[in-house]
Design a protein around this ligand. Sequence first.
Ligand code: ZN
Length: 240
Amino acid sequence: MSELYRDSGVVLRTYKLREADRIVVLLTAANGKVRAVAKGVRKTRSKFGARLEPMSHVRVLLVRGRELDIVSQAESVEPLSPMLSSLDRASQGLAVLEAAEQLSLEREPNPDLYRMVVGAMRAIAERPAPLTVAGFYWKLLASEGMRPELDMCVRCGGTEPEVAFVAFDLGEGGVLCRSCRSGHPMSAEALEAVRDILGGRLAKALAMEESAVTHEVSLLATHALEYHVERRMRTVAMFE
Ligand SMILES: [Zn+2]
């Protein structure tokens, strides 16, 4: 007996299956990560057209299968194609998709992740900023229960202005003062930007021009996300 269901999803990636078919990996709103076969999608006159490409935001009708579902219908929710108008936007979009792929579990609903991915993809398509991807990473970490401490040294408990925070270590839980420092160096300006991102002032951070500070914030976000992904994969492996 085949079970049909509808959902919305962002195409995380696709790969070839046989001559004309393709496996599509979707991050869906209600069903988590879903792997589905799109039959005939690689034919020139496919009924799906170009809608099932990475970064497409689609509404789909799927048939549940034992391992792979089958895409029965797909229609575009919105064009995220401006994403592909420049290499820079495309690589930002791919960075978002990669994080989503790493942190989503198959058939395990994560509506927050879906909402954040769609928001980040829209931002990249419409008004990309130097901190769009980093903002997504920091907020993603917070939603994963990894919100870093930004106002107190995580080792000695010191606060400003008695101590200055000079380093960031997600493994330790956040910022560190000069005498306790470990992890990555962090400037006062970068700390300010991360506080803006996680403190409800994302718009202020997104208004920043590209600079050494935005590069630093992006690099710190990448390190923090990598740390979290690795730790999470170890945990998942332990339970499997
Ligand atoms: Zn300290």
